[in-house]
Design a binder for this molecule. Structure first.
Ligand SMILES: Cc1cc2nc3c(=O)[nH]c(=O)nc-3n(C[C@H](O)[C@H](O)[C@H](O)COP(=O)(O)OP(=O)(O)OC[C@H]3O[C@@H](n4cnc5c(N)ncnc54)[C@H](O)[C@@H]3O)c2cc1C
Length: 417
């Protein structure tokens, strides 16, 4: 059996793995990407809302408002739901998330991530140009609708806070909403319009376009199971379909499945998941949705994807591999039909995915402390499409001894002791 050799194995061909592979390749490394699927971008990086969220300065932290916590605890809020039977498995993680969401620590997370967020669209623009897929980036920005004066007022305060970090946008009244999105129906207190974020109408297609670029530049893709990873004197090896695949360095970029590799190696990293669902629906007649639109108070988002209008849900806390319970999707569907002229579902069943999250909402990026040549790049939470290429740059700079463009210390795995 032939043995394949490279400088680096990247485990996982989502946006994060492909972003890292391209940046390593740009720095002269011979890279093999390994995934259990034959194509890149088939999992979480396929199913997201398509936002390149360069305006998202403040990560999604655990709420500190008692009323909001109570609403979530009652399991009636559309934004967040939990599977009661799974509560014992994720409660310890939720406690860590709560503690990491104190105002000081939340601010620390926001400031640590800010250089990556600011870099996010720049990195995508460069890769999209090189990959030759300008149609996969729309410069529409997005709209957050609010149905109550209270939630609009709170959002306006958040927006003012973000503005201090250079975020552009405007608060829209009902007339301005109608001018931007003539097909929406409802009683809106107002909206916040963020013009800068990019929108990707086929996120899985973008990961595939990046993987194709990687292939054109000599990168190799192997179908294999990352759980076969072993270390020996020659470095790291996994079992490929035609023999071993071997490299000195390995990058774990398995998103919500990263624990399948780090846990057997003895790392106790508190990786949790926030599950989410989507379903595509055909627009009715000639109705056009011009921007992704978040119906904030009702907890779902509509995004005008190439495949149809993608309805994405908020967060579901559950075991990663628990059977799907698309309650939020079912509740959102009639509300979405009332908001925008939607026709038949395009998909036979809802898609389910899992946002890979650390309690401080920062990814783990950098060298594993106890194994030579082992590198981590996972836990991109709500922003993995956004951040994949930027964190890929950061990791590649660290691996090749360049000066990193951002302080990488907040992302070190050592923060978990
Ligand atoms: C509903 C929803 C909406 C979202 N909206 C947005 C958004 O608008 N903007 C944004 O920036 N982010 C968004 N996100 C988050 C974003 O999608 C994720 O952060 C991101 O996709 C994570 O990328 P990844 O490459 O780390 O993981 P993945 O894309 O899941 O990639 C991991 C890869 O590992 C592979 N793998 C797993 N196990 C094995 C194994 N044993 N062997 C080999 N390979 C394996 C998988 O096949 C997969 O290809 C959203 C997420 C959800 C769920």
């Amino acid at each position: 059996m032939a043995e394949l050799r490279a400088d680096v194995l990247v485990l996982g061909a989502g946006m994060v793995g492909v972003g890292a592979a391209l940046h390593l390749q740009q720095r002269g490394r011979d890279v093999i990407v390994v995934d259990r699927h034959e194509l890149a971008g088939e999992e979480t990086s396929f199913g997201n809302a398509g936002l390149i969220e360069c305006a998202s300065v403040f990560p999604y932290m655990f709420p500190r408002d008692f009323g909001q916590i109570l609403r979530y605890a009652m399991n009636r809020a559309p934004q967040v739901r939990y599977r009661l039977s799974d509560l014992p498995t994720f409660l310890p993680w939720l406690m860590r998330y709560f503690l990491a969401s104190s105002p000081d620590r939340a601010m620390h997370s926001a400031m640590a991530e800010l250089p990556l967020i600011r870099r996010s669209l720049i990195e995508h623009e460069a890769l999209i140009a090189e990959a030759g897929v300008p149609e996969l980036l729309r410069r529409t920005g997005w709209i957050k609708l609010f149905r109550s004066e209270a939630t609009l007022a709170a959002a306006a305060v958040d927006f003012e806070r973000a503005r201090q970090y250079g975020v552009a946008g405007e608060v829209l009244d009902a007339g301005a909403i109608a001018a931007r999105e003539p097909n929406l129906t409802g009683d809106f207190a107002g909206a916040v319009y963020l013009p800068a974020p990019g929108f990707v109408p086929d996120p899985g297609g973008l990961a595939k376009a990046y993987a194709a670029l990687f292939g054109r530049k000599g990168g190799r893709f192997v179908v294999g199971d990352a759980r076969t990873l072993e270390q020996d004197a020659g470095g790291w090896r996994i079992a490929g379909p035609n023999g071993a695949v071997v490299a000195r360095d390995v990058v774990v970029a398995l998103g919500p499945w990263s624990d399948l590799v780090f846990r057997p190696l003895g790392y106790k990293i508190p990786l949790g998941v926030k599950r989410g669902y989507h379903l595509h629906l055909a627009p009715r007649g000639n109705a056009v949705l011009h921007h992704p639109v978040l119906d904030s108070d009702l907890g779902y988002l509509l995004a005008p994807m190439n495949r149809g209008i993608r309805l994405t849900t908020g967060v579901e806390f559950a075991r990663r591999d628990a059977p799907p319970t698309p309650v939020q999707l079912k509740r959102a569907l009639p509300r979405a039909h009332a908001l925008f002229p939607l026709g038949e579902a395009v998909d036979a069943k809802p898609w389910i995915g899992a946002r890979p999250c650390l309690p401080d909402m920062l990814p783990v990026i950098g060298k594993a402390p106890r194994h030579a040549g082992l590198w981590f790049n996972f836990g991109h939470q709500h922003h993995g499409l956004t951040l994949g290429p930027a964190t890929g740059r950061l990791l590649a700079e660290m691996m090749t001894g360049e000066t990193p463009f951002a302080d990488a210390s907040p992302f070190a795995v050592e923060r978990f002791g």
